[in-house]
Design a binder for this molecule. Structure first.
Ligand SMILES: [Zn+2]
Length: 231
């Protein structure tokens, strides 16, 4: 009886170790995953790049306008200086001024459009920053909880493994070999008896089988061949 009970307890510890290892692996997998966070980060990054590009464009337009204005000033100065008397030259100069004014208007319209775009993208950036920070903080909390959980699981597993070693050491080697072979074949080597039935295969046991189990012998179920255990 003692032996079968020890085997059953060993099995329970082993089942628990397996289950904790599965939970630990799921936990470690989760720790490595942060798709939501990296998606939010890359979206923020792309908005930032878009904004930088718009600002660069705005700077270029400003420079172009400055350039046009400098040329305009020079042409206007020439035009009103009284130095140019040739009518054809004056007409050409007036035309140049007109062209430059039209260019300036075009650039200024472009600048307004860019400014509106910058405003839109800046708002987008603020919204995405808030969103990113929320996801990051949620992830950090979850991350901390997962690290704690993984640590707790590792400790439990190592304690159970120590317990298992002690149990294994107390069982006769031949019985342990037999148990291990059955475990390989059946998944679970020991089957509990409940209401006269083997829990491994749900077959009703004969009175003789039950009697042998009660005497403490190592008895195999005649149907599934697991070691029978009566609590
Ligand atoms: Zn059975």
């Amino acid at each position: 009886m003692i032996t079968v009970q020890m085997l059953y307890q060993l099995q329970e510890v082993e089942v628990e170790i397996e289950s904790l290892i599965k939970t630990l692996n799921a936990c470690l997998k989760k720790l490595g995953e942060n798709e939501k966070l990296s998606a939010a980060r890359s979206k923020l990054f792309s908005i930032h790049n878009k904004l930088e590009e718009l600002k660069k464009k705005q700077q270029e337009i400003d420079w172009t306008i400055d350039d046009i204005e400098a040329k305009l000033k020079k042409s206007n100065d020439d035009l009103y200086s009284g130095r140019i008397n040739n009518p054809k030259e004056l007409t050409n100069l007036q035309q140049d001024v007109k062209n430059m004014e039209s260019q300036r208007k075009q650039q200024e319209d472009g600048a307004l459009e860019i400014m509106a775009q910058i405003e839109t993208v800046t708002a987008e950036q603020s919204a995405q920053t808030i969103c990113f920070k929320a996801i990051e903080s949620e992830w950090r909390n979850e991350h901390a909880a997962l690290i704690d959980e993984a640590q707790r699981l590792k400790t439990s597993i190592s304690k159970l493994k120590e317990k298992r070693e002690a149990m294994v050491a107390a069982i006769e080697p031949e019985i342990l070999d037999y148990y291990n072979q059955l475990k390989v074949k059946k998944g679970l080597a020991v089957s509990k008896i409940e209401q006269g039935m083997c829990c491994g295969c749900r077959i009703s046991l004969s009175t003789a089988e039950l009697q042998r189990v009660r005497t403490g012998q190592v008895v195999e179920c005649s149907s599934c061949h697991r070691i029978l255990y009566l609590a």
